[in-house]
Ligand binder design. Structure first.
Ligand code: 5AD
Ligand code: SF4
Length: 437
């Protein structure tokens, strides 16, 4: 195989994987490779996989199988992300097409592993090294208006359904100085909004700072307009962070706070370390601090032992919280997790039925939330061109997509009066600030 010149990275799963994919692209770019244009063959394909649900490994192997070209040749194939971490060396035993396997904590070694692959040598690296990959990654140079910034990785909470503690390892926080340096690079490269990422982002703490004080520091950056963070765990939703929602203007009124179930027995079986009441009390405090905040969540239906009454309690908590948006999933047994072998696994048709009912309930609330915004004037961060001439698409502070006609370029904030709500977005009209006031 000759040295590859072009690459394609396909990221699945969470925003952390999107971030990791960007960092891998930057690393490969520094070796002189370029991203393959859409539709063109790439010399290297990186599958940046997710292991959270369903037949993740099987899907990854079938994606690998499809990379063989019509003439029988194939690109260099890299299996990255959480399936790579979970499968390790087994991946190359199962598929001879995979040249290298690299885990989420080891991808700073990707360029070296690609060079090895080009020389005909296969490699596996799923180390969770003592030296953080972040020390070995290049500086950020360019950024779109909205950028992800990983501040925390891994999880020590061990929810009984979840693979993350195994694929991403123990909770680690990046240093304050390193995060601030990367934030400065991203803002200098064009970012106007930063989303701080972590599997338990609100557990971040380093060098005497907690997430609230990190946010307060970043809010002093003149050109940075908005700060977001995701995903939070209810038990780490401390007073300081809630207070930041009250008095940091750049912190957006949006909180993703998964509860997973509205039933205490199920929350206990999930090892969630919070109850329905304590979760609702946290939501109430957040709403007191920031009355207009949009709350979003994650739910699992059909966890082992979930009865119809447990499920109805989940519908009830959705009605109580009135989520602005929420994601819901059928429970999927993950190899090696405690819940996979629990008694009372729920039949697939029962899960299908519950998922449908839950999604109908969530959609009522998200539609109502969007409808309640019509008539309001909100700042919109312009992110890209729309499909119609003159149209641009941006985000409201509540993370809604907003379509509007404007001459404002990407990366600017315009004020828009929201005129109509569609199922997953809103239409708006640009207004001048005087009219908005
Ligand atoms: N089955 C179904 N959903 C899951 N999630 C995590 N693990 C599983 C699983 N085994 C969901 C949770 C989590 C989101 C990222 O994925 O709702 O918050
Ligand atoms: Fe998927 Fe979790 Fe890995 Fe993200 S961290 S890619 S959600 S398994």
């Amino acid at each position: 195989m000759t040295a590859p010149k072009t690459f394609r990275i396909k990221s699945f799963g969470c925003q952390m994987n999107v971030y990791d994919g960007e960092r891998m692209a930057e690393l490969l770019g520094d070796t002189g490779m370029t991203a393959a244009p859409d539709g063109a063959d790439a010399d290297l394909v990186v599958l940046n996989t997710c292991h959270i649900r369903e037949k993740a490994a099987e899907k990854a192997y079938s994606d690998v199988g499809r990379l063989t070209r019509e003439d029988g040749t194939k690109p260099i194939v890299a299996l990255a992300g959480c399936v790579a971490q979970a499968e390790g060396a087994e991946a190359q035993r199962r598929s001879k097409l995979i040249d290298l396997v690299v885990g989420p904590q080891a991808y700073h070694r990707l360029p070296h592993m690609v060079a090895e692959a080009a020389a005909g040598r296969r490699s596996v690296d799923t180390d969770m090294p003592a030296i953080s990959k972040f020390d070995a990654l290049p500086a950020r140079r360019r950024s779109g208006p909205s950028a992800f910034l990983s501040v925390q990785e891994g999880c020590d909470k061990f929810c009984t359904y979840c693979v993350v503690p195994y694929t991403r390892g123990a909770e680690i926080s990046r240093s304050f100085a390193q995060i601030v340096a990367e934030a400065e690079e991203l803002v200098a490269g064009g970012a106007r909004e930063l989303t701080l990422l972590g599997q338990n982002v609100n557990a971040w703490e380093a060098d005497g700072h907690d997430l609230a004080s990190l946010i307060r520091h970043l809010a002093t950056f003149g050109e940075l307009e908005r700060i977001r963070y995701t995903t939070s765990h209810p038990v780490n939703m401390g007073d300081a962070l809630i207070q930041a929602h009250a008095d940091v203007a750049k912190l957006t009124p949006y909180l993703h706070l998964p509860v997973q179930s509205g039933s205490d027995p199920i929350l206990r079986a999930m090892n969630r370390s919070h109850a329905v009441d304590s979760y609702l009390a946290t939501i109430a405090r957040v709403r007191e601090a920031r009355p207009d905040i949009a709350i979003s969540g994650d739910f699992i239906v059909g966890f082992p032992g979930e009865t119809e009454a447990d499920f109805e309690a989940t519908l009830a908590i959705v009605d109580t919280v009135r989520y602005a948006s929420a994601f819901s999933f059928k429970y999927s047994p993950r190899p090696g997790t405690p819940a996979a072998t629990m008694a009372g696994q729920v039949a697939p048709e029962v899960m299908d039925d519950r998922l449908q009912r839950l999604q109908a309930c969530i959609s009522q609330h998200s539609t109502a939330f969007n409808a309640s915004c019509v008539g309001r004037t909100v700042p919109v961060l312009i992110e890209k061109k729309g499909r119609k001439p003159g149209q641009m698409i941006g985000k409201s502070p509540y993370l809604q997509s907003v379509f509007l006609d404007t001459a404002a370029p990407t990366g600017t904030i315009v004020h828009a009066r929201l005129t109509h709500a569609l199922p997953n977005s809103l239409g708006g009209e640009e207004v001048t600030l005087a009219a908005a006031a």
